[in-house]
Design a protein around this ligand. Structure first.
Ligand SMILES: Cc1cc2nc3c(=O)[nH]c(=O)nc-3n(C[C@H](O)[C@H](O)[C@H](O)COP(=O)(O)O)c2cc1C
Length: 291
């Protein structure tokens, strides 16, 4: 098929999904010698739009709770593939991508895209901090090179008429040490029990003494949970805990206090590899990530 354009589509509060999507799109577009159009769904739903067979789409969203972030799927819901080939990409914080790639691929197929690739890439965890590092700095240069080369391979298959639909449920899941799985499961069980007894709502907070009122967090919040007139506050009932405000704040005034952060940092500190379908040549099993 001829590729006239690459559509690079993402929902990405802390820019991990965005960076992977841009790298895959770059690989595709370079091989196809065409332009990239970027569609950012992070802060607003994308308007209704139809694509068609000449456009190759790269769609990337984060994993929230083993699922494709529901808000991301909502924001992409007005897109219509009309036969456009798509690569469905999820980014996850080095714990597990669960059924997220399948969620995204299924949603895209239902919207008329031909899902010819699926991938799960590691991104710095939204709750990562210097005190509780969880995949810090991912996607790194090696991840982005892999994303570009996967995009390049996808373009070659499309241009040569060899692209075929993939089944995202067949993505291999990188293994964890049994102690990590057991330790995390015990924490989650205990957390669920405590939440049942004394529910605590976790939301981003701000230190009013540090806040300079610059408004960067107001602009970055995907759900309008930070009032423009009071940036040192959060409408907790709207907050999706995506950490966009935490990572964008130049004064370090915003934080999300969650008991998950130290536990994730403890049990999921071994860098995981990215996984893709079709798999890159010579990578039948997930390769350990090289830092
Ligand atoms: C509410 C929430 C739930 C998350 N759930 C998971 C998860 O189940 N597994 C995982 O490995 N990472 C999880 N993460 C981490 C994100 O998937 C990861 O940081 C991702 O790269 C964020 O994408 P973004 O940079 O495009 O916002 C979660 C993050 C948030 C905010």
């Amino acid at each position: 098929m001829k590729i006239n354009k690459v559509a690079c589509i993402f929902f990405s509060p802390t820019h991990g999904s965005e960076r992977v999507a841009r790298a895959v799109a770059e690989g595709l577009a370079r091989r196809a010698a065409c332009a990239v159009e970027t569609l950012d769904a992070t802060c607003a739903p994308l308007p209704a739009r139809s694509f068609g067979a000449g456009v190759a789409a790269v769609v990337a969203v984060p994993v929230y709770g083993d699922a494709a972030a529901p808000i991301a799927l909502e924001r992409l819901a007005a897109l219509r593939g009309e036969g456009a080939p798509a690569l469905a990409v999820v980014t996850y914080g080095n714990r597990s991508f669960g059924h997220a790639a399948h969620d995204l691929a299924r949603a895209l197929a239902a919207q008329g895209f031909d899902v010819v690739g699926a991938g799960a890439f590691v991104g710095e965890h939204s709750y990562s901090s210097p005190a509780t590092p969880i995949a810090p700095g991912r996607p790194d240069a090696a991840d982005l090179a892999q994303a570009r080369s996967w995009g390049d391979a996808a373009a070659r298959r499309l241009l040569e008429g060899r692209a075929a639909a993939v089944d995202a449920t067949r993505l291999p899941h990188p293994a964890d040490a049994p102690e990590a799985l057991q330790g995390f499961a015990a924490f989650v069980g205990d957390y669920a029990r405590r939440q049942k007894e004394h529910p605590v709502r976790i939301a981003a907070t701000a230190d009013a003494n540090r806040c300079t009122g610059c408004g960067a967090c107001v602009a970055a919040c995907p759900v309008g949970a930070i009032p423009a007139g009071a940036p040192a506050t959060t409408l907790a009932e709207r907050c999706i805990k995506c950490a966009a405000c935490v990572k964008v704040c130049p004064a370090g005034a915003r934080r999300i206090d969650t008991p998950f952060a130290p536990v994730l940092a403890r049990f999921f500190n071994r860098p995981k590899p990215n996984v893709m379908l079709p798999a890159p040549a010579g990578a039948a099993c997930p390769e350990p990530h090289k830092e």
